[in-house]
Design a binder for this molecule. Structure first.
Ligand SMILES: NC(=O)c1ccc[n+]([C@@H]2O[C@H](COP(=O)([O-])OP(=O)(O)OC[C@H]3O[C@@H](n4cnc5c(N)ncnc54)[C@H](OP(=O)(O)O)[C@@H]3O)[C@@H](O)[C@H]2O)c1
Length: 330
């Protein structure tokens, strides 16, 4: 059997806890280390999730030669800095979304990974989920004809707190980078890069986008209609409308779902494709990283670095249209 991968996590927050819960279900993963800025927080997290070691600084964990792979789970604005630091220690890195705050930062991360000859992956877990890969397979089979348009949304009502990660501009707040990124990556995955982008947003009192609507169009005539909001719960589902039928991914499309639905227009035939035992969904990206390491690969085919660059370029363009500025990064 191949060697187990020793995982380290940077930042003992909410998503780190969910990721650790899923990681514990993978036999090839060893829950090795957690790093927090706070010693008691690291110790609590280690005890709760069964990590062997707890570090009270991020860098001290990276100095441990036993750590093979690092999951970065800090707020957006630190992703670039923490990724560069982990790559400097030659750790394989999977970093939470958004990968960074802008394209320049992503370019720096990719260049560092290449210079260090080290694995780097954007934690776009949605692209590793079986139902998304199945939808792609159905589209590529041609069964439904060509894609005409894609529609996806993501919205929930967030408690307004100007100091929270979601509303504080200094922590990278806003709907676009936090949740709008999912409809956007969905359209990028199915349609590729658009030729024209039109975006409008409601900018709130903390100068972040509380709501954002995006329309993408392609020289091929295809379109994408995308929406994110922190002000209301929306269906958070996705449709891929094709010439002969559509695929519907029910709420919440970016997470594991129990089924996807296909409707063929001619005879109104509905097919349900079920998905079982998918867990909370983070194990797929973790497994992808470990598979790549076992195969000696430096990047994932499921989430290639070019995809991350393309996605960030779209985010940059949308931000420039809606006037969303992150002063410490832009
Ligand atoms: N893939 C997904 O489904 C998903 C879901 C939620 C969030 N995320 C992403 O994961 C990242 C973290 O989100 P979260 O919801 O887990 O946030 P969170 O609960 O606030 O946790 C972030 C952690 O980052 C560390 N940190 C370092 N510097 C910080 C600072 N100045 N302020 C606050 N925290 C700081 C803290 O850990 P220590 O105190 O232990 O150092 C904190 O617990 C975000 O970029 C978000 O986009 C992804």
């Amino acid at each position: 059997m191949s060697k187990k991968i020793n995982w380290g996590i940077i930042g003992a927050g909410k998503i780190a806890g969910k990721f650790a819960t899923d990681l514990a279900t993978l036999p090839e993963a060893h829950l090795y280390a957690i790093a927090s800025r706070s010693e008691p927080k690291a110790a609590d997290f280690a005890q709760k999730h069964g990590f062997q070691k707890a570090f009270s600084s991020y860098e001290s964990m990276l100095q441990d030669p036993m750590v093979d792979a690092v999951y970065i789970a800090t707020p957006h604005v630190y992703h670039c800095q923490h990724t560069l630091m982990a790559l400097d220690y030659k750790k394989a890195v999977i970093c939470e979304k958004p990968f960074a705050m802008n394209t320049r930062e992503v370019q720096e991360m990719v260049a560092k990974a290449k210079a260090k000859d080290t694995f780097l992956m954007d934690a776009l877990w949605t692209l590793c989920l079986p139902h998304i890969l199945k939808a792609k397979e159905i589209v590529e089979s041609g069964q439904l004809g060509k894609i005409v348009s894609v529609k996806a949304d993501f919205g929930f009502r967030a408690q307004f707190d100007p100091k929270s990660r979601l509303f504080d501009r200094n922590l990278g707040g806003g709907s676009l980078l936090d949740i709008g990124i999912y409809p956007l990556l969905f359209s990028l995955f199915f349609l590729g890069k658009p030729q024209k982008i039109t975006a409008v947003a409601k900018i709130g009192t903390t100068q972040i986008d509380e709501e954002c609507a995006i329309f993408l169009s392609y020289d091929s005539g295809q379109t994408a209609n995308l929406h994110s909001t922190l002000l209301a719960r929306t269906p958070t589902e996705a449709h891929i409308y094709c010439e002969k039928g559509f695929i519907h991914i029910p709420t919440q499309f970016h997470k594991p779902v129990s089924a996807i639905h296909i409707l063929e227009y001619e005879d109104l035939k509905e097919t349900v494709v079920p998905f079982d035992n998918q867990s909370i969904g983070y194990k797929y990206e973790a497994r992808e990283l470990m598979r790549c390491l076992q195969d000696g690969k430096k990047e994932s085919d499921l989430v290639p670095l070019q995809f991350s660059l393309d996605l960030m370029e779209l985010l940059d363009e949308i931000r420039s249209q809606i006037g969303l500025v992150y002063p410490r990064h832009d």
